[in-house]
Design a protein around this ligand. Structure first.
Ligand SMILES: [Zn+2]
Length: 271
């Protein structure tokens, strides 16, 4: 049985995790490139304000995506992602989302109902976390650097510290990302993983003289290593490179301009 569901609402296609949908405290979703108003290289649902596209169109797409999630009409809080491990907390709902757009970080946490938080990806691994007991959430951008530096460890520790979360109570949803067979890495990266990662044997493979890195599995192992329960970790295990009509892919596009998908989550106010 698949862990994920695909939904189309008013032409906007997105993925979700039924186990998280069953939690009355939150709503969430992983966008695709299907359903928005972007054109050209960004066709059609680019949600990044920093990918070079006209931001008016991005704002329209963001509204369409949030509407499709039936999350009310919140503005999504996003930050300036820089491939690091800094976690940014939204402490007050009253602080406008625009104030965080230039804040550098790769994860957002909050316990504020009605605050939608999101991360943008186009191959990197998006991860959403929910603590239904303490009512706190996280949105995490785990690219290669973030994954190698275990950004999820920083996020789980922050949730424990700020919200008194118990890791075994957390749910995790890992979204579409570049899969191992499409993610060849150079010898330098392979060496770094071998030298630094306790999971090297499980995440690094070799084929015809090339190295391949499994970022999804590495993040999964970091979640387990931080105390999450296996049965509470869910994946939309689709490859962004292999499905170009559904997803943006930076690598597939060979680094040329392209859009970004968004993973978003929000604590409901009306529950
Ligand atoms: Zn692939």
């Amino acid at each position: 049985m698949k862990e994920y569901a695909v939904q189309v609402n008013e032409g906007v296609k997105f993925y979700s995790i039924p186990a998280l949908e069953a939690l009355p405290q939150v709503c969430h979703g992983f966008s695709t490139r299907v359903g928005g108003v972007s054109t050209g290289a960004y066709k059609t649902m680019n949600l990044s304000l920093n990918a070079g596209e006209d931001t008016d169109l991005v704002e329209i797409n963001r509204c369409m995506f949030v509407k499709a999630l039936e999350a009310g009409n919140p503005e999504v809080y996003t930050v300036k992602q820089v491939h690091g491990t800094r976690v940014i907390r939204i402490e007050r709902k009253e602080t406008p989302a625009v104030e965080f757009r230039q804040a550098e970080g790769d994860a957002i946490v909050t316990d504020q109902p009605g605050v939608a938080i999101g991360v943008l990806t186009a191959d990197c691994v998006p991860v959403l976390l929910v603590d239904p007991v303490k009512r706190a959430i996280a949105a995490v951008h785990a690219g290669r650097e973030g994954t190698l530096q275990s950004i999820l460890t920083h996020v789980v520790q922050r949730m424990v510290k700020d919200f008194q979360s118990s890791p075994q109570e957390l749910y995790a949803a890992v979204g579409p990302a570049i899969e191992r067979d499409c993610y060849e890495v150079g010898a330098e990266i392979a060496e770094r993983v071998q030298n630094q990662s306790p999971y090297a044997a499980e995440v690094l493979s070799r084929r015809e003289g090339s190295y391949y890195l499994d970022l999804r599995k590495m993040n999964h192992l970091f979640l387990l290593g931080n105390g999450l329960r296996e049965e509470r970790i869910f994946h939309v295990d689709l490859c962004t490179v292999c499905h170009p009509r559904t997803f943006y892919s930076y690598r597939k596009n060979e680094g040329r301009e392209t859009g970004r998908m968004m993973a978003v989550i929000m604590l409901r106010e009306d529950e």
